[in-house]
Design a protein around this ligand. Sequence first.
Ligand SMILES: CC(C)(COP(=O)(O)OP(=O)(O)OC[C@H]1O[C@@H](n2cnc3c(N)ncnc32)[C@H](O)[C@@H]1OP(=O)(O)O)[C@@H](O)C(=O)NCCC(=O)NCCS
Length: 220
Amino acid sequence: MLSIRNLRSADIPSVIALQQRVYTTIPAFQEPQFESLLREFPTGQVVAELDGEIVGIALSLVILWDDYSLHHTWASVTNDGLFDTHDMGGRTLYGAEVCVDPKTRGQGVGHTLYDARRTLCKAMNLKRIIAGGRLPDYHKVATQMAPEEYAKRVIWGDLYDPVLRFQLDEGFDYCGILHGYLPNDIDSVGNASLIVWLNRDYDSERPTQAPPAGLFEEKS
Ligand SMILES: CC(C)(COP(=O)(O)OP(=O)(O)OC[C@H]1O[C@@H](n2cnc3c(N)ncnc32)[C@H](O)[C@@H]1OP(=O)(O)O)[C@@H](O)C(=O)NCCC(=O)NCCS
């Protein structure tokens, strides 16, 4: 059975091992980075379990988007992975990481994690979710076209990218290419797509709400 819950300190070794299985050139986070996320924003850190085994994670922050909209890299938004850029005065839920175990892809784990992010965004009365999305198949055609053309061809359906296609199908809008977003992402040649999902229930008259305790406990 697939279920989601918040990340716990005891999960950190399993989650590091998961990232090591997923990424070849991008280093897994180190334990202090997960501890920082748990300290800054515990409700924003979600794991997916399939029959009791952690098979996916979605890690998020709340940020002041205006601070990053002009010069936006993964390092700038996360302060080089320290995650102390989390700011409850912000209106934007930022997707810092999502990954699913290669052996359980295509079974809805990613969708469940994205659903958790949407639930969190709505529960906190945040305006939107923003992320830099990897383009892991771009390297296959990088000598033939710029990433902008690659993204357009994925959007109009002539090329397939397992991350951008998934994110578009999850209702995100593509806003352009971020060059040099994650330099050690060799598959994406360092590029990412800037993507956004707008919370239609957002109420600008109300402040950002603290996430309800236990939002993701016992949800399946
Ligand atoms: C992107 C990622 C998180 C998606 O995770 P996932 O668990 O495979 O996602 P889902 O199973 O919900 O959806 C993937 C595809 O399977 C399809 N799918 C989902 N459940 C399905 C089912 N029961 N039967 C058939 N297809 C199914 C979805 O429609 C989707 O298709 P699409 O790619 O054409 O949109 C995953 O590929 C991943 O971890 N990639 C590597 C890490 C990474 O790059 N992360 C992104 C950082 S920006």
